[in-house]
Write a protein that binds this ligand. Structure first.
Ligand code: ATP
Ligand code: MG
Length: 215
C-alpha cells in the first residue's frame, strides 16, 4: 500500500509514525518497504538508516509524485513522511497515495488548520473519486484528559476523514527511540511493549480502512 503521513502542524509525530509504520510493515508483515523522507529540513534519515530501513530523501514535489507512482510496483509498501507545511509536496503525496494517515495532537488542535487540511484532502478526493482514504488519529495524548475527549468530538465527523479509534499516548519510550537507533518494537522494556501494542493496533486499524472501497 502507498501511505502518506501528513499534517501541516510541526511536531505532531509524522516522522515518528512513518518510521514505526515502515518498520512494522517490513518486520511484522515481511513487506518490501521503502520510506520516502520528503522533509530534508527535519530529516529522519539518520534514524531510518541506523535501523537498516530502505529510504530516499526527495523533497521536490514532482519528483516525489513520480517516484511514488513509478516505484509502486517494485515495493509492497511505500511510506512517505510529509513536511510540516501544507504545500505542493503534501499535495503530491495526496495525489499519489492510497492512504493518508494524519497524526493530530489534542493540545494543538485548532479549527482553522483542521479545515485547511480537510479542504486539501477533499479537493484531491474529488478528482481521484474518493482517494486517498484519509484517517486521522490522536497522538501524544494524555490519559483521561478533557482535551482528549474534546479533540475526539471535534474530529469525529469530518467528511472524508475517518477518526481512528486508536489513540497513541505520549510515551517517553517513543521519544527515546531515535536516540537508541530503534523503534519501540525492538526495545524490551514494559513501556516499549505497551507502546508497541498501541502502534500495532493503530496500523492495523488504519490499513484496514485503507483497503475499503472509497465511498
Ligand atoms: N506518542 C508519542 N509520545 C511521545 N513523544 C512522541 C510521540 N510521538 C512523537 N513524539 C516526539 O515528538 C517529537 C516530534 O515528533 P516528529 O518529529 O515525529 O513530528 P513531525 O510531525 O514529524 O514534526 P515535523 O513537522 O517537524 O517534521 C519528537 O521528539 C518525537 O520523538
Ligand atoms: Mg517530521
Amino acid at each position: 500500500m502507498l501511505i502518506g503521513v501528513i499534517n501541516q502542524k510541526g511536531g505532531v509525530g509524522k516522522s515518528t509514525t512513518a518510521a514505526h509504520l515502515a518498520y512494522w510493515l517490513s518486520h511484522f508483515h515481511k513487506q518490501n518497504t521503502l520510506v520516502i523522507d520528503s522533509d530534508s529540513q527535519q530529516s529522519s534519515s539518520q534514524w531510518l538508516q541506523s535501523m537498516g530501513m530502505e529510504f530516499r530523501v526527495i523533497d521536490d514535489p514532482e519528483e516525489l509524485f513520480e517516484t511514488v507512482t513509478n516505484f509502486a510496483e517494485q515495493y509492497d509498501s511505500i511510506v512517505v513522511d510529509a513536511p510540516g507545511v501544507l504545500g505542493e509536496t503534501t499535495k503530491s503525496i495526496l495525489l499519489a497515495v492510497d492512504l493518508a494517515l494524519i497524526p493530530a495532537q489534542a493540545a494543538q488542535l485548532d479549527l482553522a488548520s483542521t479545515e485547511k487540511i480537510a479542504r486539501l484532502v477533499h479537493n484531491v478526493q474529488k478528482v481521484r473519486k474518493g482517494l486517498p482514504h484519509a484517517a486521522i488519529f490522536i497522538n501524544k495524548a494524555e490519559k483521561r484528559s478533557v482535551l482528549l475527549r474534546e479533540a475526539r468530538v471535534a474530529l469525529s465527523d469530518i467528511p472524508g476523514i475517518k477518526l481512528l479509534e486508536t489513540t497513541v499516548y505520549r510515551r517517553l519510550v517513543i521519544a527515546d527511540a531515535p536516540g537508541q537507533s530503534a523503534t519501540v518494537f525492538n526495545m524490551s522494556s514494559e513501556a516499549a511493549q505497551l507502546a508497541a501494542e498501541e502502534y500495532k493496533q493503530l496500523f492495523t486499524e488504519a490499513l484496514n480502512y485503507g483497503e475499503t472501497q472509497p465511498e
